[in-house]
Design a protein around this ligand. Structure first.
Ligand SMILES: NC(=O)C1=CN([C@@H]2O[C@H](COP(=O)(O)OP(=O)(O)OC[C@H]3O[C@@H](n4cnc5c(N)ncnc54)[C@H](OP(=O)(O)O)[C@@H]3O)[C@@H](O)[C@H]2O)C=CC1
Ligand SMILES: CC(=O)C(=O)O
Ligand SMILES: [Mg+2]
Length: 496
């Protein structure tokens, strides 16, 4: 840590840690686990975003498996080349929507590598059981195509049948090589592929889309935790989403599911208090014929509205949730409008990395006069406002996927169902205390993430058993203890 701390530039810290992961994996994880709050912003958002942008020029050695269009017809052979045979979790991207940074092509590999480092450090999945994969179908990023250090195919993205066939060959090869208990986490695909892939493979494979399902669970957990202390129910709230893609509609769907379960109403009824804004403005019924299918449920009767501020004034939301990848879009006027409508406005600035955050923590607290219940995708330091210290919550799916994956792995689950995602959200929400909430937190601190992940894993596993989807039999009596006992710890064993 002394060596890490001597480096002032975050990207240099990233490179140092990646070298360490390569050289002494056990020490890398020991550092990660003991200093999680300090190192998370280096290995994960925001620094991993910069690392992906510069991946070609900081490249040292392959950290994962690259599968390109040129490998069509021999994907299974490639998988068999990976030195580790007993894989439990794959994180795969095609690099088209890396955080809020857009298409980074093959250089998106930093994301599967970073996510899997968290699977091990935060969730205790063995490092040798983790496989980062990047599918290289080209990039539409002109800057990268002209960059002499770009590491991927120098061509524009393949689409349509060519894309679908490669992805299908990949999914079939994964199942053929590792069986049906390997978890495939889709990460940072552009939404036109993300929804289609999840839909296509959820019935035949063990698949999880972190951006849709993981983000949904972490936000729902934060909302449930907030309500536990601020009072009221989800059904009392009006939600306005700024960004109607994977994260936005994923959260909206899970919130609607929870509302319908809590208040025993139809999901259709629950959708009525959920509104979405996309790049063309508020989603309203007159746009129904021209919007993507996953937005249609939210196309309510209303006049067209072009901008966010007018939408807030019209809809009067109690919660504003940003996931449009547009930095500084929650302006002073936006936060002030939310604060004039609500005593405690809920403001979530989910977009990553920090440069894409809808607002900073300081802006949220000062513009709301310290009344905002605030969370952000990338971390912000605590803020002093009017002599009170506010600790901003980090509303990031990193709270969910490590524990969720551990639960799936230890139960030998063969499919992911919404109820398992809900179970993860509930388990996280239950771990938030009044003391956390008083500081401004709607999540417990990352310093206790291994314990948090254990509890999430136990609940997810329990749900998998209840649903008859768990293949690891008999069902362990105490799933929390069992989850704990399965977690990788970076200790040196004595061989004497
Ligand atoms: N905190 C967390 O855990 C997570 C954060 N994220 C972050 O969320 C962001 C979006 O991710 P994701 O949902 O997957 O991306 P998508 O591309 O699926 O969705 C982006 C949405 O934002 C809308 N949008 C884009 N520009 C504007 C604009 N100027 N005004 C209003 N809406 C706009 C798009 O509109 P249209 O549909 O019209 O194109 C689309 O609906 C990223 O920054 C990502 O890092 C994602 C997952 C997890
Ligand atoms: C956190 C995350 O998954 C994202 O920003 O895409
Ligand atoms: Mg992501």
């Amino acid at each position: 840590m002394q060596n890490v701390r001597q480096l002032e530039v975050p990207l240099q810290r990233y490179m140092f840690l990646m070298d360490l992961q390569e050289r002494n994996e056990r020490l890398f994880y020991k550092l990660m686990i003991d200093n999680v709050e300090e190192l998370l912003p280096v290995v994960y958002t925001p620094t991993v975003g910069e690392a992906c942008q510069k991946y070609g020029s900081i490249f040292r050695r392959s950290q994962g498996l690259y599968i390109s269009l040129k490998d069509k017809g021999r994907v299974l052979e490639l998988l068999r080349n990976w030195p580790e045979k007993s894989i439990q979790v794959i994180v795969v991207t095609d690099g088209e929507r890396i955080l809020g940074l857009g298409d980074l092509g093959c250089q998106g590999m930093g994301i599967p590598v970073g996510k899997l480092a968290l699977y091990t450090a935060l969730g205790g999945v063995r490092p040798s059981a983790c496989l980062p994969i990047t599918i290289d179908v080209g990039t539409n990023n002109e800057e990268l195509l002209n960059d002499e250090f770009y590491i991927g195919l120098r061509q524009r993205r393949a689409t349509g049948q060519e894309y679908t066939e490669l992805l299908d060959e990949f999914m079939v090869a994964v199942k053929q090589n590792y069986g049906q208990k390997v978890l495939v986490q889709f990460e940072d695909f552009a939404n036109h592929n993300a929804f289609a892939l999840l839909d296509k493979y959820k019935a035949t494979h063990l698949v999880f889309n972190d951006d849709i399902q993981g983000t949904a669970a972490v936000v729902l957990a934060g909302l449930m935790a907030g309500l536990k202390f601020a009072g009221g129910t989800l059904a009392d709230h009006t939600f306005l989403f700024f960004g109607a893609g994977e994260a936005g509609t994923g959260i909206a769907e899970l919130v609607a599911l929870e509302i319908s379960m809590q208040s025993k109403t139809s999901q259709e009824e629950a959708h009525k208090n959920i509104w979405l804004v996309d790049s063309k403005g508020l989603i309203v019924s007159s746009r129904k014929d021209s919007i993507q299918p996953f937005k249609k449920l939210y196309a309510h009767e209303h006049e067209p509205v072009k901008d966010l501020l007018s939408a807030i004034k019209d809809i009067k939301p109690t919660a504003l949730i940003g996931s449009a990848g547009v930095g500084q879009s929650f302006t002073k006027e936006v936060i002030e409008a939310m604060s004039s409508i609500n005593k405690r406005p809920i403001i979530l600035a989910l977009s990553n990395p920090t440069s894409k955050s809808e607002c900073t923590a300081e802006q949220a607290y000062s513009w709301s006069q310290g009344r905002a219940i605030f969370g952000s995708g990338s971390p912000f330091d605590p803020v002093k406002y009017n002599e009170k210290l506010f600790v901003p919550a980090q509303a990031n799916n990193a709270y969910i996927f490590p524990g969720f994956g551990l639960g799936v792995v230890i139960s030998g689950a063969i499919r992911v169902k919404d109820d398992m995602v809900l179970a993860a959200a509930e388990a996280l929400a239950e771990q938030v205390t009044a003391e956390h909430f008083d500081k401004g937190l709607i999540y417990p601190p990352f310093s206790s993430i291994r314990k948090i992940s254990t509890n999430i894993a136990a609940r997810v596993a329990a749900k998998a058993y209840d649903l008859g989807l768990a293949s690891h039999l008999p069902r362990p009596k105490d799933l929390v203890k069992y989850a704990e006992s399965c977690m990788y710890s970076p200790i040196y064993r004595s061989y004497r």
